[in-house]
Design a protein around this ligand. Structure first.
Ligand SMILES: *[C@@H]1O[C@H](CO)[C@@H](O)[C@H](O)[C@H]1NC(C)=O
Length: 251
């Protein structure tokens, strides 16, 4: 193991020691129809996928704050389906010009786990690239609503990440019930969901999609992501609207 990877491991350890672990695949999922989710972004470091993200405007990608712990440089790959195909038709690599981490992000409590990336240049809308709407008001998603998640993360806690975009359905869990299961670890800026599928390492930063709106950002869950006993936790986008607006300007 190189020194760099040891240092990286050391940087990740605080997360692993939690009862929660940060979700960096999709569990119980199926391969997404190529480009059916044109807002999906693969965030990469040195050409390797590290996190998901999603386009919210022609210049901004939304992702989780924990996807960039140590001021690293992320590259956004838009319009991708198969990450093993470096020359995939319709996919575009874009550099990040600036990073906007939520000022209240807390790595210990994983509160306010939201990060906006301003792209260098504007994304061109196409068959494979498009942006996603986010909520307009601070409202709750009804418990038992069936939503979906997608990502290139692991397909099992001891399985590799997926080269092709996977997706699955996931059901919103009532706040109270979730809070009980997580022993009061949650804040009002979180949404819980569980079953029939879920996320795993490598899916962090991707969207929780209800209807045609991204309502949450994949944040954390249990280490064993195959058959979790606690719901997965997402950053609640509607709780951050003033901050998002101050950075993106519109929305
Ligand atoms: C995946 O499906 C199995 C079998 O139905 C179930 O036990 C498990 O909890 C599911 N995993 C997730 C993350 O929903």
């Amino acid at each position: 193991m190189t020194l760099i990877s040891l240092l990286l491991l050391a940087a990740l350890l605080p997360y692993l020691s939690h009862s929660a672990s940060v979700n960096v695949g999709i569990i119980n999922g199926t391969e997404a129809k190529p480009h059916s989710r044109p807002y999906m972004v693969s965030l990469q470091k040195h050409g390797s996928h590290v996190c998901g993200g999603f386009l919210v405007s022609e210049e901004f990608v939304m992702t989780a704050a924990h996807c960039r712990e140590n001021e690293g440089i992320l590259t956004a790959v838009l319009g991708a389906h198969d990450l093993s195909n470096k020359q995939e038709k319709g996919s575009v690599r874009m550099e990040v010009e600036s990073y906007y981490r939520h000022p209240n992000y807390n790595a210990d409590t994983v509160d306010s786990d939201i990060l906006l990336l301003k792209l260098r240049g504007k994304a061109k809308q196409s068959q494979t690239v498009n942006w996603m709407s986010i909520p307009k008001t601070n409202e709750d998603i009804k418990a038992n609503s069936v939503c979906s998640v997608a990502g290139w993360g692991r397909t099992g806690s001891s399985k590799p990440t997926s080269k092709r975009l996977m997706e699955t359905k996931i059901t919103i869990v009532a706040e109270k019930e979730c809070q009980k299961l997580w022993k009061n670890f949650l804040t009002p800026r979180m949404i819980c969901a569980l079953h029939p599928g879920g996320t795993c390492k490598g899916d962090s930063g991707g969207p929780l999609v209800c209807g045609n709106t991204a309502v949450g950002i994949v944040s954390f869950g249990q280490d064993k992501c195959d058959a979790p006993t606690k719901p997965e936790v997402f950053a609640k986008i509607s709780a951050f609207l003033p901050w998002i607006k101050s950075i993106i300007g519109k929305v």
